[in-house]
Design a protein around this ligand. Structure first.
Ligand code: LFR
Length: 480
């Protein structure tokens, strides 16, 4: 993505997509990996395309990706194996083992992180004793690894570091007590840096590969994609909830301070760190992964479906006929998703969805319900009330999901921008480069002036509202 950003005059904020490349995980000898060299090749192609499109090198480059995963480097800086995918099963049982050492309550009080089996902490305890970890001198989270290959400089960006479960969200710094108790060497991590900090310049070999003329600075951004996406929520004031939708739905609030209560832990809320000293108080919800994996399954079975048609058909399926707990851990690994969804609907006492349109409707109803629960819980646990739900990320294009979320929550939904992560990324770079000034609310004002979100009003139909209330009460999850 090439961003054009300025706050002069009426303000400019535009993204040009110059290159897109697939991200295909690969299973090797039973372990699911990221194909990191192919991804890095895609980054180089993108930089080349950016230079060609603009006729000059960009003023700055910033990298964001998904969270928690990492690459290990040896003493010479060489990569020790392909990074493992967070959907790999290697962390099974690690949560209980860590809980036995430290106690889940103490772990939450220290790190404020939602239990997810793939938090970096559990990946590291699972990897203990492996040849790669034993030989490692450095651990770099995925965006930091890409920045390292671009610049030769190693750092650990804070918003993404906060997903490792090794950061104290009050101090916004490492938690040596957690690391020590679980035998994790914090010396593996490169020094912390924050969004807006300089992160080096493109190396000569990168300039040669991409045809760019240097110097080209690299700037640390909210390198966790969700941190960048939340920075680009076009809200005014603080009475808003957000759902950053894509493969995941990250639903919650932006706060000034973490909520570390036992009640918050039991509700499985996370305190990830955001841009400009904020806290992203949210719950990870399984998200459109459920639908993506259905589409992949149908295609593999030789019956590919068009998403647009499915969504049109799903609109005609009666609502809330069947729904599942979107956060059922059974949905986490890749595999036959239509069958798992039908099984889960049956287990929860409903009618199993059969046709692809019914399954699609079941997924979207279930996600809307999960969005409602997360937003209600976040308000209750933080004491902050909201009057609007912002949906950003790819799901902002999904009209049915946006309408169902408005109906489920009983609140207006403001949908867009879909490319929030890229916008949050370039805004932070632009501010560091002096092209825009101000705090998050100024960046958001520029977003509001330059993007056109779409508004969805919640249904006024009493029966429909009652049906959502009943479903939300019925599906209440047991606390963890
Ligand atoms: C979204 C995301 C989530 C994180 C998950 C795994 O892309 O970054 O925030 O929990 O991926 O890293």
């Amino acid at each position: 993505m090439v961003g054009h950003v300025s706050d002069r005059g009426a303000g400019t904020l535009r993204l040009d997509e110059v290159h897109r490349f697939p991200n295909r995980p690969v299973r090797i000898a039973g372990t699911l990996h990221w194909d990191i060299l192919s991804l890095y090749g895609g980054v180089l192609d993108g930089l080349r395309a950016a230079g060609a499109a603009a006729g000059r090198a960009p003023a700055s480059v910033g990298v964001d990706t998904w969270a928690v995963d990492y690459g290990l480097l040896d003493a010479s800086g060489a990569l020790l194996g392909n990074p493992v995918h967070y959907r790999d099963a290697r962390t099974e049982g690690e949560g209980e083992r860590a809980g036995a050492v430290l106690g889940p309550a103490a772990l939450y009080a220290a790190t404020g992180l939602q239990y997810l089996p793939f938090n970096t902490l559990y990946q590291l305890t699972a990897a203990r004793g492996s040849a790669a970890l034993d030989a490692a001198h450095r651990l770099l989270l995925i965006p930091d690894l890409i920045s390292y290959w671009l610049t030769g400089e190693a750092g650990t960006e804070l918003t993404n570091a906060s997903t490792t479960q090794l950061i104290d969200p009050r101090a916004r710094d490492w938690s040596p007590s957690v690391a020590d108790a679980l035998g994790i060497d914090l010396g593996l991590f490169a020094p912390l840096r924050g969004p807006g900090d300089p992160a080096g310049v493109l190396l000569p070999d990168v300039l040669a590969e991409t045809g760019l003329t240097g110097p080209v600075p690299v700037t640390a951004v909210g390198s966790h994609d969700t941190a960048s996406a939340v920075a680009a929520v076009p809200a005014s004031g603080n009475r808003f909830a957000y759902v950053a939708t894509g493969t995941w739905s990250l639903a919650g609030l932006e706060l000034d301070a973490p909520v570390l209560t036992e009640e918050s832990r039991r509700a499985n809320f996370t305190n990830e760190l955001g841009v400009d000293g904020t806290v992203r108080y949210l719950r990870n919800i399984m998200g459109l992964w459920l639908l993506q994996e259905c589409l992949r399954t149908w295609e593999a079975e030789g019956a590919p479906r068009s998403l647009d048609r499915l969504l049109a058909e799903a609109t005609e399926v009666p609502g809330l006929r069947s729904y599942v707990d979107a956060d059922d851990p059974a949905f986490l690994p890749p595999g036959d998703m239509p069958r798992r969804i039908a099984d889960a609907a049956r287990r929860s006492g409903g009618k199993a969805p059969e046709s692809p349109a019914e399954i699609t409707r079941c997924v979207l109803d279930s996600l809307a319900l999960a969005h409602r629960r997360a937003i209600e819980d976040a308000q209750r646990l933080s004491g902050r009330a909201v009057d609007t739900v912002h949906i950003v990320g790819g799901g902002a294009h999904n009209e049915l999901l946006c309408q169902l979320t408005a109906d489920a929550c009983g609140l207006p939904v403001v949908a867009g921008p879909a490319e929030a992560a890229a916008l949050g990324n370039v805004l932070v770079q632009a501010r560091a480069a002096g092209a825009v000034r101000g705090d998050l609310s100024d960046l958001r004002a520029l977003l509001r002036a330059t993007t056109e979100p779409r508004r969805y009003e919640p249904t006024r139909d009493r029966d429909a509202r009652r049906a959502w209330d009943r479903a939300a009460a019925h599906g209440e999850r047991a606390p963890i």
